[in-house]
Design a protein around this ligand. Structure first.
Ligand code: AMP
Ligand code: ZN
Ligand code: FE
Ligand code: FE
Length: 273
């Protein structure tokens, strides 16, 4: 059997692995295909393509966008993207700039609570164009201001906590169109985490291609539920670990093994465009 992992992050967004390290883990686990889906970034794809190529792994360039339909937030994965597509690069760079100003806002809110974190510390640690909450959390841990990442999220960064700052989102319809015009397939990420199934029909009408049925945080029952939904709406099925590096001493990569036949179905759809 051949397997794929189609949801992975590197240090080009909020992961901690380099593309080479990530490809190394993929090779160790025997993956036939891997997709890189950094938040609002395709910057790591060039290095990941080379590293996967050297390891004999098929590489799928991707990204993960934060979108909204009405008031409902969702994450959209784009796969098989042309990473040189001008409109894609222009749009994601806008979201990167908003992510950077959001770091300043989160740090200011943390400072207001008497915790002396500096934005520069977060930017130095993030060292990427697409910084996010995990970088703020890691900077808090590194500065000894909280014990661990969980404490950082619980005290400051989780939705509803004092330093939570909403993230700029693109409309889901624009996101799907953006991915399509860059040659890609648009897929709803980890629907089981958001539990907003009521928006799926509208996304299907907007041309969404698939749904991430398999994810580290999906139970077997949840995966089965979304396989049924995929079947009902004739959607492609994807899956991935959403690995961000080491978490609790081991990387998540390897926890989800998507049968390669699903990748073949994705390629078949792309070839008919
Ligand atoms: P952001 O895109 O800046 O809102 O950050 C979202 C990322 O933060 C997710 O992709 C997760 O990697 C991470 N994250 C979200 N909630 C938590 C949490 N409660 N604990 C640890 N990491 C989290
Ligand atoms: Zn992330
Ligand atoms: Fe996500
Ligand atoms: Fe992700």
């Amino acid at each position: 059997m051949k397997f794929a992992d189609l949801h992975l992050h590197t240090f080009f967004s909020d992961g901690t692995f380099s593309p080479e390290e990530l490809a190394g883990h993929g090779a160790r686990l025997g993956f036939a295909a891997m997709a890189l889906t950094d938040h609002d970034s395709v910057e790591g794809c060039a290095r990941m393509a080379v590293a996967c190529g050297a390891a004999g792994i098929e590489f799928i360039p991707g990204t993960e966008l934060t979108a909204e339909l009405g008031d409902t937030e969702l994450h959209l994965l784009g796969f098989f993207l042309d990473t040189h597509n001008e409109k894609l690069l222009t749009e994601i760079s806008k979201f990167q700039i908003v992510r950077q100003s959001r770091i300043h806002e989160m740090v200011a809110a943390i400072n207001k609570l008497g915790v002396p974190l500096e934005a520069q510390t977060v930017f130095a640690l993030a060292n990427c164009k697409s910084p996010g909450r995990p970088h703020v959390a890691r900077a808090l841990v590194k500065a000894g201001l909280v014990k661990n990442l969980d404490e950082a999220f619980e005290r400051f960064l989780k939705k509803g906590r004092p330093a939570w700052v909403p993230k700029a989102k693109m409309s889901a319809l624009e996101g799907i169109e953006l991915i399509h015009q860059a040659g890609g397939l648009a897929v709803m990420a980890h629907p089981g985490l958001n539990r907003t199934d009521e928006i799926i029909p509208a996304l299907v009408d907007a041309g969404m291609d698939g749904i991430e049925c398999f994810h580290t945080k999906h139970s077997t029952a949840t995966s089965e539920r979304y396989l049924e939904i995929a079947d009902k709406y004739h959607l492609l099925v994807t899956g991935g670990s959403d690995c961000h590096g080491f978490s609790k001493n081991k990387p998540l990569i390897g926890t989800v093994k998507l049968p390669y036949e699903y990748v073949e179905k994705m390629k078949e759809k792309i070839s008919h465009r």
